[in-house]
Write a protein that binds this ligand. Structure first.
Ligand SMILES: Cc1cc2nc3c(=O)[nH]c(=O)nc-3n(C[C@H](O)[C@H](O)[C@H](O)COP(=O)(O)OP(=O)(O)OC[C@H]3O[C@@H](n4cnc5c(N)ncnc54)[C@H](O)[C@@H]3O)c2cc1C
Length: 420
């Protein structure tokens, strides 16, 4: 574990003593602890530190020293990005006055207002922000568990899993079958599985043109469906077979030992099997007791504060907020609303009405980009979509190219906004 900057006050012994106490003697600044250094967590930490100009003590807890974005990881699978271009470090956040602690949060005591780290330290907080992303449901696809993810990767948390999936695609025999088991709603990045199908098809068309892609889907419709179907027909004719619930896409079992998938009891041999399981909020949200029976954490749409605890905020994929998709753009947008609300409570700064936005771009083939997006406002019940847009089928090539180029600008901008 690596602790940086202000965590050690004087000697290590003094630090240990002060960290295990619920309140620091002589503490002058309100303490905000953020769990998860991804799209939501790193953004909220940055905005809290930047906008409070040193008035808040902000600690970010994240086990990894490098964050690999899921956004654009499909483009890496398709050969449009390098793996390194997806990776971002935390040094700039440290330089901006945030204490970055590279460890795992193992527990939250909401009564004592403390977070316990896997390394044993206990951090007190005045406000806690949880942005731990997703975890997978164990029983979502019979035959699959995290134990077999080295054979049948999910590649739905970016990193070594993404690299493994790409290696498997490249090693497929000529004329082989790539199978994707798509997830049930709700899940991270609604167009993500279908952009991935497009990128896998792009690679196979170049390297392995007689290969097939089989998509087993428990849902009867999916994000940007008409755009993806049009694109697959245009660029990858005959390569992609989508099997919905009426044809057994909701009755899938996998056998990693024999590389078989069972569709409604009928076995089919495949060469690569990308299982994207059902999802719930990152485990620490449940451990903190802020999730409900759905597995996600309900929040107040006006501020992203937890419905279970006025001192705890939940951002991004882990939250149950309403109409916003589980995306990096959404998490970043929600983080700014949360930072403003937390700062308002702790420093008395002005809090403006919440507004949120999201756009999700997808690449279908070279220079063929599409997008869907909306702006959102809080109602008492949920974050509600107020104005939305989506690319049209039949758009000309110049517009599709411009849409792809817009997505490149978005990636550069949002990663700078998240990581400094
Ligand atoms: C294939 C794919 C493509 C995507 N494409 C897009 C896209 O084009 N545009 C877009 O906007 N979104 C996209 N997304 C979605 C986007 O990646 C997520 O919605 C976004 O990362 C959610 O942010 P988050 O902060 O909730 O979680 P994350 O970004 O996953 O961050 C969670 C962090 O919390 C850490 N963590 C978890 N538990 C703990 C703990 N106990 N203690 C400490 N740290 C912990 C994790 O290590 C992680 O770094 C895509 C996703 C996938 C899978």
């Amino acid at each position: 574990m690596h602790l940086n900057r202000r965590l050690f006050l004087g000697s290590a012994a003094a630090a240990t003593a002060s960290l295990s106490a619920p309140m620091l003697w002589g503490q002058t600044k309100p303490r905000v602890v953020v769990i998860g250094g991804g799209a939501g967590g790193a953004t909220v930490a940055r905005y809290l530190a930047k906008d409070s100009q040193g008035a808040l003590d902000v600690t970010l807890i994240e086990p990894n020293t490098t964050y690999t974005t899921c956004f654009f990881s499909n483009l890496y699978l398709g050969g449009f990005r390098t793996f390194e271009s997806l990776q971002h470090g935390y040094t700039k956040l440290g330089a901006e006055g945030i204490t970055v602690v590279h460890d795992m949060a193992a527990g939250v005591d909401r009564a004592a207002k403390t977070v316990t780290l896997a390394g044993g330290q206990v951090l007190p907080y005045d406000r806690l922000v949880l942005s731990p992303g997703i975890d997978f449901k164990d029983d979502s696809v019979p035959g699959w568990s995290l134990d077999v993810a080295e054979i049948m990767p999910h590649a739905y948390k970016a990193g070594p899993q993404t690299q493994l999936l790409r290696a498997q695609i490249e090693a497929m025999p000529q004329g082989g079958t790539f199978c994707m088991v798509a997830p049930p709603n709700p899940f991270r990045c609604p167009p993500g599985p279908y952009e991935r199908v497009s990128m896998v098809a792009h690679v196979l068309k170049e390297r392995n043109p007689t290969a097939k892609i089989l998509v087993l889907d428990p849902k009867d419709k999916y994000s940007k469906q008409a755009l993806f179907e049009e694109g697959w027909g245009k660029h990858y004719s005959g390569m992609v077979e989508w099997v919905g619930p009426d044809m057994g896409g909701n009755a899938v079992e996998v056998r990693p030992d024999s590389m078989e998938v069972l569709i409604d009891g009928e076995a089919e041999k495949v060469d690569v099997c990308n299982v994207i399981p059902g999802q719930v909020a990152g485990k620490i949200a449940a451990l903190a007791g802020v999730t409900d029976d759905s597995g996600w954490a309900p929040v107040d749409p006006a501020s992203m504060v937890s419905r279970a605890d006025p001192a705890v905020w939940v951002l991004g994929d882990a939250s149950a907020q309403g109409d916003m998709p589980k995306s990096g753009f959404s998490a970043n947008s929600q983080a700014k609303v949360a930072a403003m609300a937390i700062r308002g409570e702790l420093t008395g700064s002005k809090v403006f009405p919440a507004k949120y936005s999201n756009t999700c771009w997808s690449l279908i083939a070279t220079d063929d980009g599409v997008k869907v997006g909306a702006s959102y406002e809080p109602t008492p019940e949920k974050i509600a979509s107020v104005e939305s847009f989506i690319s049209a089928t039949g758009e000309d090539a110049a517009l599709r190219k411009a849409t792809y180029e817009e997505s490149l600008g978005w990636y550069a901008g949002i990663t700078a906004d998240i990581f400094g």
